[in-house]
Design a protein around this ligand. Sequence first.
Ligand code: HEC
Length: 215
Amino acid sequence: MKSASGMNNVVMLVAAPLVIYAVLAIATGVIPGIELSRTPATPGVVPLSAQAARGREVYVGEGCSYCHTQQVRPLKEDLVFGRPSVAGDYVYDTPELLGSERNGPDLSDIGDRQPSEVWQYIHLYEPRAVVSESIMPSYRWLFRIKPHADPGDVVVPVPPPYSPPHGVVVATAKARDLVAYLKSLRQVPLRPAAGTSPAAAASPGVRAAPGGGGR
Ligand code: HEC
């Protein structure tokens, strides 16, 4: 008798936490996950081009997200990076490259903020050539130094003292793909039908109608 009720206690001790854990996991993880996976794309968000998708692989491979996020928080100090991110921005971005370390600026909207390909190439070759105090590593292996440019080469006008003593700096296919990816990172303005989204209200791209009606 005694040992049977002792056994029941053990079963209860194991079963009760298991049930509680399962309920919590389903309520806080599984159900929100299913709901979020049904989020439609933010209108205007398009899938990456084939070249930009290859560039995304380079971005992952080079570890850019160890220093850069792609998630603008609804905070005043993040407004400089764009509007607060919403789930629909990531529909074509699996797995999302949200990042967690903000050693460098958020790149969610870098295609708008810095549309110059030439700037991006010089910056990747040698960040200090364009931002003197930069701590970003240089990615020179994405470039080649050739004695002369061949037809079709993308020549990068690296300024002295960072330019090589001889020859020209040419972007490799990886660098071209990566820059195509960076240019594709653009936030689309939010235009909710009801005009009730707090994220939209904070968006610098969306202005309330004069008179404060808001649409
Ligand atoms: C060790 C951290 C670190 C890594 C790794 C890193 N970055 Fe940066 N990045 C920075 C910092 C810091 C800045 C700000 C200074 C500057 O502009 O160089 C920056 C700036 C930038 C900017 C300009 C952002 C702006 O708002 O002007 C771009 C674009 C960029 N990085 C792309 C990349 C890419 C692509 C990679 C991977 C190939 C990469 N970064 C890897 C630290 C890093």
